[in-house]
Design a protein around this ligand. Structure first.
Ligand code: ADP
Length: 336
């Protein structure tokens, strides 16, 4: 193995830089040259790249975002694009391409592999944690911390003003951030796609739970964590509906892209570092069409298609205890 390339693609996630650093340092350790393509798959098509050496990755482990920039590249789905990318990779003598991104980016890797003889290896980097086969993805733990920090602050003002707050977190298809942030912040209610089957009855359930929480448990505020894109008309609409039904002040807070940013927490730095080093070792060992993953603290390789062919489910124990804490009927009456 003489030359490897790396790119970051799709939604960026804190820890991508830590991963690039580990890839570069491991490659240098084994005497392998490394280049970084810029702007996701766009860089492959436009031959926009830079050689990466240890000095290029100094002082980046603590930085969010990605020094290689990330992007979406809808034209990469065509056969011509994959052929052009293959030609460009061959022109530079690249033998393996490492892709840090989500399952969309991994589909792109498979698409490329149909037209390129080199090795493709995916590294799961997304705040959503929605990649089957790995306990966590790079960026997920930082995103929980970011959401948690905001919810704690919302709680302070909600308590002071005795209000209902709806906090919208990222995860339109997966409730990992929502469930974890809700449990860790002691929020009163969590609404994520996996747990909300019937939105019509959901509003009535929220209203009766909210009233019981106020009357029986003595809540002076009520925090609802909800996933984005779950409610027709958005979270502002839901806040209005709840206000009309309860006559209580109900404020929406949309956390949005702040959840993608920030300095990665130690769990993400370590996961990214381990996965980056391991991916280079697997490339040198000749592996292809794989994603690297971690299960029970053990690194492993899985077929890259696993990431989207199977759906990752929420931790059933977290779901169970969230539902038990939610069940006010079993809780003792609040006495003033
Ligand atoms: P993520 O990797 O975060 O899931 P996306 O789903 O937006 O993000 O995918 C990132 C990029 O991966 C797309 O912009 C495109 O370049 C590439 N990609 C996604 N799906 C495919 C596909 N089916 N074929 C080829 N390339 C794809």
């Amino acid at each position: 193995m003489r030359k490897i390339a790396v790119l970051t693609s799709g939604g960026d996630a804190p820890g991508m830089n830590a991963c690039i650093r580990a890839i570069v340092l491991t490659a240098e350790h084994f005497g392998v040259q490394i280049i970084g393509y810029k702007h996701g798959y766009n860089g492959l098509l436009d031959q926009e790249y830079l050689p990466l050496k240890a000095r290029n990755v100094a002082n980046i482990i603590q930085r969010g975002g990605t020094i290689l920039r990330s992007a979406r590249c809808s034209s990469f789905k065509t056969e011509e694009s994959a052929k052009l990318a293959a030609k460009n990779l061959n022109a530079l003598g690249i033998e393996a391409l490492l892709i840090i991104g989500g399952d969309g980016s991994f589909r792109g890797a498979c698409h490329l592999a149909k037209h390129w003889q080199g090795q493709v290896i995916g590294l799961p980097g997304t705040i959503d944690n929605d990649i089957y086969g790995t306990d966590a993805t790079i960026g997920y733990h930082t995103a929980i911390e970011t959401a948690l920090d905001s919810i704690d602050k919302v709680r302070d003002t909600a308590d002071a003003f005795e209000r209902i707050f709806l906090v919208e977190v990222m995860g339109r298809h997966a409730g990992f951030i929502g469930l974890s942030a809700a449990l860790a912040s002691a929020s009163d209610q969590v609404l994520v796609p996996e747990l909300c089957t019937d939105l019509n009855t959901e509003v009535d359930n929220i209203v009766s739970h909210l009233q019981a929480a106020m009357n029986k448990r003595g809540n002076c505020s009520y925090i609802i964590v909800t996933a984005e894109n779950l409610w027709p008309g958005g979270v502002t609409n839901l806040a209005q509906t709840l206000h009309e039904k309860t006559k209580l002040e109900c404020r929406p807070v949309i956390l949005g892209h702040v959840q993608r940013g920030g300095s990665p927490v130690s769990q993400d730095r370590l996961l990214a570092t381990k996965m980056g080093a391991y991916a280079v070792e697997q490339a040198i060992a000749g592996k292809t069409n794989i994603m690297v993953a971690e299960q029970n603290n053990q690194l492993l390789c899985l077929p890259i298609e696993t990431s989207w062919q199977q759906r990752k489910t929420l931790d059933p124990y977290l779901v169970k205890i969230q539902q038990e804490f939610f069940d006010i009927t079993k809780q003792a009456e609040h006495v003033v």
